[in-house]
Ligand binder design. Structure first.
Ligand SMILES: NC(=O)c1ccc[n+]([C@@H]2O[C@H](COP(=O)([O-])OP(=O)(O)OC[C@H]3O[C@@H](n4cnc5c(N)ncnc54)[C@H](OP(=O)(O)O)[C@@H]3O)[C@@H](O)[C@H]2O)c1
Length: 183
């Protein structure tokens, strides 16, 4: 059975990924900050195919505790940083929080789990990026922290593709379109 690990799986796109992978018969490692409060995820976990994992993506301790073979690693957890979006409201601490979640955490997860992915059948790492990370597509400005954090995520995925190619690991940056989640 193929296995997917999804970060930020308690709501929004992450929760929908859980549903769709289950429908396809995959084993789902559903990671989120607080599994005990993840009511919709708990409803889906009445099957052996779902395992809830505690993972705050900014915690190196949580990241380094993960040790499973993973066919698809879905780097989904993210924040919009809408209080750090415009000239006049940016601060160092707000910006660094967005970078930590959207950029540093996916890189540390790839670093920690690269052998676990390489040992699997499908060997695929997916970063949930966004069209607004595109420099060419930036028609409206603003979203400083979000745009930069996701543009940097795209670079991480390209570097990881080069560095892990000899182990057969593929990386993909995905723009899901505009989805009406909490974000
Ligand atoms: N919605 C869109 O239109 C859209 C478009 C392009 C890209 N995306 C990307 O898609 C991904 C999912 O977004 P969404 O729309 O589903 O947003 P969402 O509904 O706001 O969900 C965000 C998820 O990220 C989790 N998260 C945030 N900080 C975390 C942390 N430190 N550790 C672990 N989990 C954390 C949240 O967990 P908590 O519940 O614990 O906060 C939640 O599960 C994001 O990377 C986003 O940038 C979304």
């Amino acid at each position: 059975m193929s296995t997917v690990l999804i970060t930020g799986s308690n709501r929004g796109l992450g929760l929908e990924f859980v549903r769709q992978y289950l429908d396809k018969g995959w084993k789902v490692l559903a990671a989120c900050r607080d599994p005990q409060q993840a009511s919709e995820l708990i409803e889906l976990s009445n099957t052996d195919n779902v395992e809830l994992l505690k993972l705050d993506v900014t915690s190196e301790k949580d990241i380094n505790a993960l040790d499973r073979t993973i066919d698809h690693l879905i780097l989904n957890a993210g924040v919009l940083g809408d209080d750090c979006a415009k000239l006049g409201e940016m601060t160092q601490s707000k910006w660094l929080e967005v970078l930590n979640i959207n950029t540093v955490a996916p890189a540390l997860l790839i670093q920690a789990l690269k052998e676990n992915v390489a040992a699997s059948e499908h060997k695929t790492i997916v970063g949930i990026s966004t069209r607004v990370a595109s420099i060419g597509d930036n028609g409206s400005g603003n979203m400083y922290s979000y745009r930069t954090s996701k543009a940097a995520l795209n670079q991480i995925l390209v570097s990881a593709a080069k560095n892990l190619a000899d182990q057969g690991v593929k990386t993909v940056a995905v723009h899901p379109g505009w989805v009406q989640t909490d974000m």
